[in-house]
Design a binder for this molecule. Structure first.
Ligand SMILES: NC(=O)c1ccc[n+]([C@@H]2O[C@H](COP(=O)([O-])OP(=O)(O)OC[C@H]3O[C@@H](n4cnc5c(N)ncnc54)[C@H](OP(=O)(O)O)[C@@H]3O)[C@@H](O)[C@H]2O)c1
Length: 291
């Protein structure tokens, strides 16, 4: 197993889809993360309209030795309608063996590395052929181009169909105090059953807690503030600790562009919420007592 950090730094907003970092700013962010023990970086081929991997790679090329201190994660399978992919005529999914291999090789080139620590299939594809995916992943593993394999946004039946042909190490899904689906649709049970490690994307609701107009802002933040006081910490630390409480070992993928906010998420590793406190937040989110 890989020694991933918790949190994983989500890089979706580092480039064109957010902070628009210069190469120097990417480098500063990478250095700061590594200094503080945040060693895992989550990407996808499509981030920044297919530009973020390469921008990150440009910073990495300035100090190639840093590659050995980090885990690089990327994804493939979504084909965006985009000027950087002029041959795409519509947005669609592609999990053919050819696409998986070509996309991975492009990611490696973008990062200037010869392996990814984890490759994900980004979305369940209605045309996904499990034997073909398994073939591509096996080839990539044998060539040393990927170390581990995961799926993203897969429901248990989709994971099961694929798991018959290839072992799955991770499922990256949306999980947060405002997105509880994985707790009740069997996704986390499936992870527990097969020792698949869940990763939570948008673990802080994609920034929802800075938006006071959100309908559930008040009830959730009121409870989170109460718990933050009780545990002598901050609200964001509590909301991440709430995810870490689950026995499946959720790893949060935090998408902030600010190091101090990644460090807040890291502090959550030292907080152990009681069962009743965990349920206080659950109830604040659902608006109902448990049955
Ligand atoms: N597999 C998938 O389908 C999928 C889908 C979406 C995302 N992802 C991955 O998940 C990562 C996280 O997603 P996300 O960015 O939507 O989720 P997030 O971590 O829940 O939210 C990050 C956003 O919240 C803001 N924010 C405000 N206060 C914050 C705080 N105290 N701590 C952290 N963030 C705070 C950040 O702004 P500032 O930058 O100003 O802090 C940023 O805009 C992405 O980077 C990507 O790697 C995967």
């Amino acid at each position: 197993m890989l020694n991933l950090s918790s949190p994983i730094a989500g890089c979706m907003r580092w480039g064109k889809w957010g902070a628009n970092y210069s190469t120097a700013e990417y480098r500063k962010m990478i250095d700061a993360c590594l200094q503080h023990g945040i060693t895992s970086f989550d990407h996808a081929d499509i981030y920044g309209d297919y530009t973020t991997e390469e921008e990150f790679g440009n910073a990495l090329k300035q100090a190639p030795a840093l590659r050995l201190q980090m885990q690089l994660i990327s994804k493939c399978g979504i084909q965006m309608l985009n000027e950087n992919r002029p041959h795409h005529q519509i947005k669609s999914y592609n999990t053919s063996a050819k696409h998986i291999i070509q996309s991975t090789e492009r990611s490696l080139k973008n990062f200037g590395t010869d392996y990814l620590d984890i490759l994900f299939i980004h979305r369940p594809d209605p045309l996904l052929n499990p034997t073909e995916v398994a073939e591509a992943i096996t080839i990539l593993k044998e060539q040393g181009k990927i170390k581990q394999f995961g799926v993203s946004n897969f429901l248990p039946h989709q994971t099961e169909a694929l798991r018959k042909y290839i072992s799955i190490d991770y499922n990256q899904v949306e999980i947060s105090i405002i997105h509880l689906t994985s707790f009740i649709d069997g996704t986390l049970d499936n992870c527990l059953q097969h020792k698949i490690i869940p990763m939570a994307w948008s673990p802080l609701g994609g920034g929802m807690f800075t938006d006071e107009s959100h309908p559930r802002f008040r009830s959730i933040t009121a409870t989170a503030f109460e718990l933050a006081e009780k545990y002598h910490t901050g609200v964001n630390q509590i909301l991440v600790a709430w995810l870490l409480t689950h026995p499946s070992g959720i790893i949060p993928v935090v998408g902030t562009t600010k190091v101090d906010r990644l460090l807040q998420a890291k502090e959550a590793n030292n907080i152990h919420l009681s069962r009743e406190d965990w349920f206080k937040l659950w109830i604040a989110s659902t608006g109902e007592d448990v049955a």
